[in-house]
Design a protein around this ligand. Structure first.
Ligand code: NAD
Length: 294
């Protein structure tokens, strides 16, 4: 069994991104990512500060805007408009979820598609589905890179995605069955209404677990040699302590899997690295600079 080391793959991508930053700076472009937070949820605050630290590490300018969580929704929409109009901002990320009085769909639609480094704008979703992605969403793109790093070519294989969310399940399914490198798998998407989930996962060569249920995929649900990508991040109490586990029962499934991603240290670091990748890609395209994307 191979443990797929997301930290190592992400470190390679970050160093490639840092080289792209140097190329851009030599052309007079300082790549910048704006994060916008309209929430006092500690987890969201942590995610945003991690993204800002990641930017700093590779030389991307991090700009952060806080919008009070009980401010009128217009304040968030206006903030996005200002960032769209600012030529010095190349990527915009609004940390989700936003408060209930804000229209999430409107937020996603408001971001300039050329700066939409999360890849959630309907235009960018449409491009991904059409096989002509501008920005691949960070988690699915990270998964594709992990498979490549583990020498697992999806072409012709049976891939089973567990979960149909807009941010993970749907886009990774599209990438896996889409044409081109990292795609061409025969792909099944399972979800909460799927009958006999195990009958699907057992025939898979690649299982992507993104259901958000702790240790949901058990050893009896996978076949010998299967590649298992665990997207889940679940906080659970174990022996009186809070700990992170994935959607896969790692201890048992790793005995059968051909390759598997751990939690933490698998998909998570890749999601963060691919955001930096999308930011330098956005800056390069906006200023028509050639960069050697990693
Ligand atoms: P979500 O709650 O939006 O979607 C969960 C999906 O699982 C749904 O489509 C649902 O149909 C499916 N599901 C629920 N119960 C099921 C069942 N019994 N059988 C089959 N399918 C079932 O979650 P999400 O945003 O896609 O995230 C999934 C997990 O991945 C969460 O744990 C989340 O924290 C994690 N996540 C991790 C990263 C990362 O970078 N590692 C990024 C995004 C999300």
């Amino acid at each position: 069994m191979t443990d797929i080391d997301g930290n190592a793959v992400a470190a390679d991508i970050r160093s490639g991104v840092a080289e792209c930053v140097e190329t851009l700076q030599a052309e007079g472009v300082d790549p910048a990512l704006a994060t916008v937070l309209m929430s006092d949820d500690p987890a969201s605050e942590t995610y945003v500060s991690m993204k800002q630290n990641d930017c700093e590490e590779v030389g991307i300018d991090g700009i952060h805007v806080d919008v009070d969580d009980d401010a009128p929704a217009e304040e968030l929409y206006d903030t996005i408009d200002e960032l769209n109009a600012d030529d010095g901002v190349h990527g915009i990320l609004v940390q989700l979820p936003v408060p209930d009085h804000v229209d999430t769909e409107r937020v996603l639609r408001s971001i300039d598609p050329a700066k939409d480094v999360d890849g959630f704008h309907p235009e960018n979703v449409g491009r991904l589905v059409g096989g002509n992605a501008r920005f691949k969403p960070c988690t699915p793109h990270g998964i594709q890179r992990l498979l490549a790093a583990a020498d697992v070519d999806p072409e012709g294989k049976e891939a089973v995605v567990v979960g149909r969310s807009d941010i993970v399940g749907k886009p990774i399914a599209n990438l896996l069955f889409g044409r081109g490198p990292g795609g061409n798998a025969t792909t099944t998407v399972c979800h909460s209404r799927t009958d006999d989930l195990a009958s699907h996962t057992r025939r898979a060569d690649i299982v992507v677990a993104a259901a958000g249920i702790p240790e949901f995929i058990t050893a009896d649900m996978v076949s010998e040699g299967t590649t298992v990508i665990d997207v889940g991040i679940n906080r659970v109490e174990r022996d009186g302590e809070s700990t992170l586990v994935g959607d896969v029962d790692y201890e048992a499934v790793s005995e059968k899997a051909g390759a598997i991603t751990p939690v933490p240290g698998g998909v998570g670091p890749m999601t963060r690295a691919m955001l930096l990748y999308n930011t330098v890609k956005a800056a390069a395209e906006q200023h028509d600079v050639d960069v050697d994307l990693p």
